[in-house]
Design a protein around this ligand. Structure first.
Ligand code: ZN
Length: 257
């Protein structure tokens, strides 16, 4: 019965709030990351984006006026991640706050010698557990309309949201029944340790060093590569690519051939 009502609601939203084709085509044609999708995938993405926008509240900070183009730019890329996972993967939170540019975050940090001090960081995005997702529009727009290999703040922050579906962001989102925790942990841990070792030895890495921060950041960064530069991720570690392919249920390498 609940499923029936949900289906009815979904159909109603898709009918009532359908994104106009002209608006949709105009925005997605500007996003290179979406150009490799088939027409069937693009149609599915438009439906998911419609549902996403009906469920999420996108607000501007510092008087930033959120236009329909901005809403579609953010939502379409977020929904690319859940193209084969479903809209429920983004359940449990509602608000997306968009700043005009990088935003300042002040945190209390305890140093190794036990001193407590305030640290100020400038961030392009942040995802709170069960809370809002925060983005800098300057970073979103520059990384959306031009393909930056391995860099996409929307993919990064929404990967954290997927990771947080089963607790804190620890690099392991809820896996599918055909996957195993052992395979995932072993594959990703090995690659994470290898990356850290390389960086400790001042060796070059094809993967953004930020991935070495912790397993949660590793998952978010490799997700950025999976969607924007899968060949680099595949060369870095084919097994990691394979795990992400199974998790996202997408073969992104095919799109870039
Ligand atoms: Zn992060």
């Amino acid at each position: 019965m609940i499923k029936f009502i949900n289906n009815l609601l979904t159909r109603r939203i898709l009918k009532k709030h359908a994104i106009a084709f002209s608006e949709w085509n105009d925005v997605i044609s500007k996003i290179p990351m979406l150009s490799g999708l088939s027409s069937v995938e693009k149609a599915r993405l438009r439906k998911l984006t419609t549902l996403f926008l009906s469920k999420k509240h996108i607000v501007g900070a510092h008087d930033l006026n959120i236009t329909q183009t901005m809403r579609l730019t953010i939502a379409s890329q977020a929904c690319l991640q859940i193209l084969n996972l479903g809209i429920d993967s983004f359940n449990g939170w509602v608000e997306i706050i968009v700043y005009p540019g990088a935003f300042k975050v002040s945190r209390t940090v305890t140093s190794e010698d036990g001193l407590v001090h305030q640290k100020i960081n400038h961030l392009s995005g942040e995802a709170w557990d069960k809370g809002p997702l925060i983005l800098s529009w300057e970073d979103v727009s520059s990384e959306s309309y031009l393909l930056h290999s391995g860099q996409n703040v929307v993919i990064h922050e929404f990967a954290h949201k997927l990771d947080m579906l089963n607790g804190r962001a620890n690099g392991m989102p809820p896996l599918h029944p055909n996957m195993t925790i052992e395979d995932w942990s072993e594959t990703l841990s090995k690659a994470y340790e290898l990356l850290n070792k390389k960086l400790d030895n001042f060796q070059h890495s094809s993967i953004n060093p930020y991935a070495s921060t912790n397993p949660g950041e590793f998952f978010a960064v490799i997700s950025e590569y999976f969607f924007t530069a899968p060949h680099i991720l595949f060369e870095f570690c084919p097994d990691v690519y394979e795990q992400l392919k199974q998790y996202y249920r997408q073969n992104t390498l095919q799109r870039y051939n």
